[in-house]
Design a protein around this ligand. Structure first.
Ligand code: C2O
Ligand code: CU
Ligand code: CU
Length: 458
């Protein structure tokens, strides 16, 4: 019996006996995965998925180095599992069905408990029935505060995401086969925290930490800020230690699905003056996604008063002694039909890693794409041989890009590398977190049609 069969067998038994419910951790608020409705535009959209009946998934707050207890209760008729994107936590808390845990069945609870080692902007989403639940709303932001307060006056979380809706507010199918085989299927309604261009008030002249998260299933957001003195202070959760120029209308910042950017900004001094987060959509002029409005008597703060964010405790890879592994992302050689577990299949294989499409959730006999030795340094060469862009995400480990065949890449610690058309990027990491770590494209249609696998750290 292989590992997956074992997991499947033991989990099925545990479910039947009701052992899937481990009970509530003391003092922890349950996260209840449930159906929701919300007026994303003028009409109420039903059939959404959230953690409350009528609101977006909340921003979850934790503190670096402090334990978090997050019991997840599933009240949907489908299976689920919750993943904490970007957190370097123990493998059995990573929320990947069949790889790190059994999917959470209807009526079951899974007690997630972990201590985030890193501060920064992260997010959470299901890793089972991913297309269905994420596309219908279940993507939330996870803020891990630094142990010492960096000195902002306020914070603003921006969850960017699209929905695919009919004019009457009902959902269009979340994807098309045509889209899945190409760049993905784009939503037609853009939202910020599920709202259409919300305006948030912050004190005039104050220092705001703007945490922008792209939780969309498909879209690569192209953003810049208008109207504020600002600085980029973190990228994909981790403090930026190098010069990172501010994006502009002509040179916007590309934020792939799953990626995050933190800005430090100073609110304008005049009451009513605004700062806009601008985004560029194909064939349209730049558009304001959300606006911060200066209110009240101005305070006089300066960006230079901010202490630099403390560096997260990651280990720098030893490039001189790093072993190289190659990965090719492309179309699948044969488009065989994937098998399905409890976690939803789109019914196609279009994509592959190293010419092998992922054979489907609960697949049997699928080995790791690579096995890394704990504590050693590695270079992973990521080759995109397709014309489409792929935000390639690795769970459980932080990595740093070291070179590209197309562009200079700042060495910013990350968990997601946006591969451009025909791009080859080398990334480096220390395999310091043991376990089986999912490795996939974060365009969910690509992930669910073959572009996924896992890397084992022994
Ligand atoms: Cu954000 Cu495997 O996920
Ligand atoms: Cu992840
Ligand atoms: Cu992709």
């Amino acid at each position: 019996m292989n590992r997956r069969e074992f997991l499947l067998g033991s989990g099925a038994t545990a479910g039947a006996l009701g052992l899937g419910c481990i009970g509530l951790a003391a003092g922890a608020q349950e996260l209840v995965v449930q159906p929701a409705s919300f007026a994303l535009r003028d009409q109420v959209t039903t059939g959404m998925v959230s953690l409350s009946p009528d609101a977006p998934p909340p921003v979850l707050h934790g503190k670096q180095g402090e334990v978090m207890r997050l019991p997840v209760r599933n009240t949907l008729p489908d299976y689920t599992a919750m993943h904490w994107h970007g957190l370097r936590i123990p493998n059995d808390m990573d929320g990947v069905p069949y790889l790190t845990q059994m999917p959470i069945g209807p009526g079951e609870v899974f007690d997630y408990e972990f201590t985030p080692p890193d501060a920064g902007t992260y997010w959470y989403h299901p890793h089972c029935m991913t297309m269905e639940q994420m596309a219908h709303g279940l993507t939330g932001v996870l803020v891990i505060a630094e142990a010492a307060d960096p000195g902002f006056d306020s914070e603003q979380v921006i969850n960017l995401r699209d929905f695919r809706l009919n004019d009457d507010g009902s959902f269009l199918p979340a994807y098309t086969a045509r889209g899945a085989a190409r760049a993905g299927t784009f939503g037609n309604v853009q939202t910020v925290n599920w709202l259409d261009g919300p305006v948030y008030d912050h004190v005039a002249g104050s220092l705001v930490r703007l945490r922008v998260v792209n939780t969309d299933t498909t879209r690569i957001y192209k953003v810049h800020l208008n109207g504020a003195e600002a600085r980029i202070i973190a990228w994909d959760g981790h403090p930026v230690e190098v010069d990172f120029p501010l994006p502009s209308a002509d040179d916007p910042l590309l934020i792939g699905p799953g990626q995050r950017v933190d800005f430090a900004l100073k609110m304008p001094l005049g009451e009513g003056q605004t700062v806009d987060l601008m985004a560029k959509f194909p064939g349209q002029p730049n558009r304001s996604m959300t606006r911060l409005r200066a209110v009240g008597a101005p305070v006089s703060r300066e960006l230079r008063e901010l202490r630099p964010l403390p560096v997260n405790p990651t280990t720098k890879p030893d490039l001189a002694n790093a072993e190289l592994h190659e990965f090719v992302f492309g179309w699948t050689p044969e488009g065989g039909e994937p098998t399905n577990g409890f976690c939803g299949s789109l019914g196609y294989n279009f994509w592959s890693i190293n010419r092998r499409p992922w054979p489907g959730d609960a697949a049997k006999g699928v080995g790791p794409l690579a096995t890394l030795q704990r504590g050693k340094s590695y270079v992973l060469r990521l080759r995109n041989e397709s014309p489409n862009l792929h935000p390639i995400h690795l769970h459980g480990l932080a990595f740093v890009p070291i070179k590209s065949n197309l562009r200079p890449l700042p060495p910013l610690l990350t968990d997601t590398m946006l591969l451009l058309k025909d791009e080859v990027v080398e990334i480096a990491l220390v395999a310091d977190n043991p376990g089986d770590w999912a490795f996939h494209c974060h365009v969910i249609e690509h992930q669910k049609t073959g572009l996924t696998g896992y890397i084992r750290v022994d």
